[in-house]
Design a protein. Sequence first.
Length: 455
Amino acid sequence: SVRVHAAAARSGSRLCCGRAPQPFAVSHRALTRAALLAGAPAAAAAPPPARHFFSDPAEVEALRGSLLAWYDRCKRDLPWRALVRGDCGPALLPAVWVSEIMLQQTQVATVIDYYNRWMQKWPTLQALAQASLEEVNELWAGLGYYSRGKRLQEAARKVVSELAGRMPRTAEDLQKLLPGVGRYTAGAIASISYGQATGVVDGNVIRVLCRLRCIGADSSSPAVIDRLWDMANVLVDRSRPGDFNQALMELGATVCVPKAPLCGECPVKQHCQAWRRKLFGNTPKVPDVEDCGVGDCPLCPPATEPWDNSLGVTNFPRKAAKKPPRAMRTATCVLEWRGCHGAPEYLIVQRPSSGLLAGLWEFPSLPLAQDLQEEREREELADHLQAWMGQPVAAKGLKFIGEVIHIFSHIHQTYVVYSLPLDGDMTLDPGLSPSRWVTEEEFHASAVSTAMKKV
Ligand code: SF4
């Protein structure tokens, strides 16, 4: 390593943190170049500098203590926390599992009511295994990302039918055996419900760890995510892993928030490099809070986007720009009929059992090609409705109502809404895909998406 280092120094490569040359502080690029100069095989990977990690056991211990003491004092009163300690019975549905799946991409305030209704309806694995997809979709209606509920139910069915009703209890088994359970959810269930000392990394944890250790490389890249998992596994408290993981997430949700973090109230600010850097500024007097080396450190901000004093700790984390959502137009028609009791009824049809909004009900809808003329749009919709009704539908009879925009995670959807009043016998053909007439009240109680409620 001394030979490699000397070659790197001779080559004029920039060294990590701008400090005096040290054998283990050489940048990856310098190591690779030096190895090539020396005729040796290129270095596979150089570890990033220690300042991006928690390598001091005393600091790890202190951080755990401060964070857990704060959590014990300040944690929010959430329904799934009340059940955590009592949900380890083999037959019970783990509260953490349900809440974690619901909380993906969804705010706590929205989830609470859904969570309470779900646990009341299906308190055990057996009860959930016996539920139908229709019941699951009805309860999930409005929560979005419908495949989550479907996979939760499929996983409960698998536990009951293939695993003798016993939940897997380690993160490795949970992830391997249960559909819809990824690395994060597996870690959360294993640590919170079953006490396994394993870390978790979700959006809140990414933000907190990137700030604690000044990680400014793209936080959605696999290399950075792997480092964050390593860090979470080092940090997790061995005797209270579930509480520690919840505390870290709670800190991200309530104190170390994305836009205006409350650093003054933060229980771990003395361990936070972003906070120190904000306090001391970007001056040469504090070399330990400078970037490691422009362009060389895989965890520092890229040279093209250095630390910005005006952003303070919110310099971290950083993410590559997301792809813009795909634009889609869909024609939809509200068919209205005076039912047997004289009250207006509306036709809803069921979507296919896989893909976007699988198994949910909607007004008959048809995806449109971009830039279709309005006249052609009406004709295509009329043909589509005819297939549902089993009788001719005149394009001229369709009344344009307006447009509804709904943003799915990856789709910018515009619904072009028409209506059509109908008379006569409206008996539906049972040979066609599932469809039914519903009153307005029944519509709202059905498994319909938020987008359809807007329509
Ligand atoms: Fe987040 Fe500020 Fe605490 Fe650092 S000091 S962890 S930036 S809230």
